[in-house]
Structures are given as C-alpha cells and as structure tokens.
Write a protein that binds this ligand. Structure first.
Ligand code: NAD
Ligand code: WQD
Length: 350
C-alpha cells in the first residue's frame, strides 16, 4: 500500500475518500487551508478509525496550507514520510465549487482552481511524482448533449467554475502528451450526496446551502422554512429536473479503485471517467423518498426555473464500470437516510 497526498482532504468528498483510503490500508498526507472545511474533520476521522479498531493517527500527516504555496508543497513532497514511504500519488480535491458564486467572482475561481492546480502539478513534476486523480465535474458537459452522456460528450462549460475544471483537464492532457510518465485520471462526478452511515462525517456547507440535498435536510430540521423547487414544467416524467445522485461513499470507493488503476500499466496514461449511478431521479422523487425513508415532512413550493439548469443530467457510467474495479452500491434510500442521519446528529455542522 502506498502513501497518497490528498489536497482538500478535509472537505466533503475529501474526508469520505480519506476514510476509504485509510480503511483500505493507504497512508495519507493531507493539505488543506480550511478555506471551506472545519478543523474538526480530522478528529472525526480519528474517532471513526477507532470505531473500526484502527489507529489512524499513525497513518495521517496533516499540513494546514494553500496548494498555491509552492514552498510548502515542495517541503511536503520532500519531507512527508509515513512508515518511511514517500508520496507516490495525489488525489486533488482542493478548489472552489459553487457554480453561482463563480459567476460573481470569476477571478477567485480561476486563481484558486487553476493557479492551485498549476502549482501542484509543477511541484509534483519537480519531485518525480506524476500519478494523479483529479476531481472534475459533470458541469463540463454542455447543453447540446443528450443524456445519459458518455465521456465523449461535447464539453463546453456554461459557468466559470466549470471552465476552470475544463482548463485543468486540458492542462493534464498536455502533461501526458509532453511526458508519458504522467498517469492521470480525471473523474467527472455527477451529484454527490449523503454521508458516512455513522453520521460522524458529512457535508457541512457554509451559510445557506445551494444544493438540493443539504437544503432538504435543513428544511427537515427546521433551519429552512421550505424548499423552492425550481420549475414544474420541465420535459421530464413529473415536470421536475432529473439528476444522477451518487452516494459520497460510492464516490470515495471510486477514488480507491482509480488509484489502483493508476498503477496498472496497461491503461492509457490519461483517462476521463464519469462517476455516477446512471439513473435519473427527479426533484419530486428525491423529496418523496426522503419523507418516506426518514418519516419527516418537507415543505416545498414550486418557483421559476433556476437560470442555467438543464432538465436532465445523467451519466453514462459504462466506462468507469468496465475499467475500475468498482460499481455504485448505495441507492436513493441509503442516500436519504445517511444524509438525514448526519443532519440530525450535527444540526449545526461540525
Ligand atoms: P469542499 O469545498 O467540501 O472541499 C474542498 C476542500 O478544498 C475544502 O476542504 C477546502 O478548504 C480546500 N481548499 C480549497 N482551496 C484550497 C487551496 N487553494 N489550498 C488548500 N485547500 C483548499 O468540496 P467538495 O464537495 O468536497 O469537492 C471536492 C472537489 O470535487 C472540488 O474540486 C469540487 O470542484 C469537485 N466536485 C464537487 C462536486 C460536488 O457537488 N460536491 C461535484 C463535482 C466535482
Ligand atoms: C439538483 C436539482 C435543481 C436546489 C451542482 C453543480 C454541479 C455539481 C453538482 C460541482 C436541480 C433542483 C436545487 C433548490 C431545486 N457540482 N433544486 N431547489 O445544479 O444539478 O449540480 O452540483 O461540480 O456542477 O451545478 O445540483 O443540488 O443544485 O440541484 O429545485 O433549492 O435540484 O433545479 O434540478 P446541480 P443541485
């Protein structure tokens, strides 16, 4: 098992992936600036380890810092050793992710996401570490695609956040073209939801959430009055938008499988994989299932369509299913119960 650097490892997807990597026997160094995460996440991971009878303290090195700090990054690559092992690969989560905010603050997004990635790849190269899993997003697919969309679908992001993801994917492709020692997998996540079933780690949005599941959870807990459903006359089965929700633990497992694939030399050295369930769930279906599984009431009303929404976004996940030793195992019931379990146990987040 090897030693992996996880950027953004205390964030939502990062924390669940760190847990999965640790449980699978990997050692991890984490760099996170805490710009969008809690300082309590590490303690929660250590606590969870104990529940699995594992001492994660011996397996984690944590560095508080920004990935744009190349001196810090360089010293991490040069000095961070766990059980004498140097860092062999990177899982790169660190970045900003709010689509709406990216329209208002494009510089903030380009600076953090693109400059951070450039610094990271530069320092990796200097330190002869050229194995990386990158967090990309379904937002890179443009509206003219038909869904389910495969990795060959047309990419042209409609928002600055998505543009940064596409730019980073292009840069990664250029790196593999320039030096075949790079081994890269870009994972395009669809809609990650849910939490670890213990409720010890989960999604902890700062301020008023933008995404459907955190909003549903906060309506259920009484923090938000009601859910505004964006549109009721979309060309779908019940008039509300269809999305491909994927449990965050399934997503975490996809990272572990991707790291394993990186070391399989028969694979292309640049791969793009859709990570979704391949199933479209409507907003009304999500609300109804959440109410049924968690025996609670979600007040909602219909409002105008949200700018930029598409009626249907679903992954064609065949490539991931065939190349990774992975498949999603958790259904909508599990997503709803785990999301609510986390919210109930942590009504104010960490
Ligand atoms: P998150 O905000 O919870 O996690 C990102 C982490 O990166 C945070 O802990 C933050 O503090 C850290 N960070 C940000 N900029 C940094 C920097 N310059 N240096 C060091 N640390 C920094 O987000 P998430 O939901 O866990 O998403 C992780 C990745 O997956 C992001 O790149 C995001 O764009 C991508 N993604 C997320 C979703 C989603 O819906 N959550 C979907 C597709 C892709
Ligand atoms: C889901 C559905 C809304 C809120 C976003 C990003 C994407 C990726 C995943 C990062 C849609 C509806 C929502 C509400 C609603 N993230 N909705 N009322 O927009 O599919 O994807 O997260 O890469 O890039 O765009 O997710 O959770 O915001 O919306 O009716 O208050 O719920 O219209 O159909 P989205 P979401």
């Amino acid at each position: 098992m090897s030693h992996i650097l996880v950027t953004g490892g205390t964030g939502y997807i990062g924390s669940h992936t760190c847990l999965q990597m640790l449980l699978s026997g990997f050692e991890i160094s984490i760099i996170d600036s805490y710009v969008n995460s809690s300082t309590k996440v590490l303690d929660s991971l250590i606590k969870l380890g104990k529940e699995y009878n594992k001492d994660f303290l011996e397996k984690i090195n944590f560095f508080k810092g920004d990935i744009r700090d190349e001196l810090l990054l360089d010293s991490i690559f040069k000095k961070s050793r766990i059980n004498s092992k140097p860092i062999s690969s990177v899982i790169h989560f660190a970045g900003f992710k709010a689509v709406g905010e990216s329209f208002n603050y494009p510089l903030k997004y380009w600076q953090n996401n693109l400059n951070g990635s450039i610094s990271l790849f530069k320092v990796m190269n200097q330190n002869n570490c050229r194995n990386i899993i990158f967090s990309s997003s379904a937002t890179v697919y443009c509206q003219t695609n038909s869904f389910p969309v495969s990795e060959e679908g047309i990419v042209a992001a409609s928002n600055p956040y998505g543009q940064t993801k596409l730019a980073i994917e292009k840069l990664l492709r250029d790196l593999t073209n320039s030096d075949e020692r790079w081994r890269i997998i870009a994972l395009r996540y669809f809609n990650p939801v849910g939490a670890h079933p213990s409720g010890t780690i989960g999604e902890d949005p700062v301020g008023i959430p933008n995404n459907l599941f955190p909003i549903i959870c906060q309506v259920a807990s009484g923090r938000i009055d009601r859910l505004k459903v964006f549109g009721k006359n979309w060309p779908t089965k019940d008039g509300t938008c269809l999305r491909d929700y994927i449990h965050v633990m399934d997503l975490a497992e996809a990272h572990k499988a991707s790291i394993e694939l990186l070391f399989d030399n028969t694979q292309d050295n640049f791969l793009v994989l859709n990570i979704g369930n391949g199933i479209g769930i409507s907003v009304l279906e999500a609300i109804n299932k959440f109410q049924e599984i968690n025996k609670c009431n979600i007040s909602y009303s219909f409002v105008e369509r949200r700018n930029g929404d598409l009626p249907i976004i679903i992954a064609d996940n065949k490539k991931a299913l065939s190349l990774l030793n992975w498949k999603p195992n958790r259904d909508l019931n599990q997503m709803c119960s785990d999301a609510w379990n986390w919210q109930k146990k942590n009504p104010n987040g960490y």
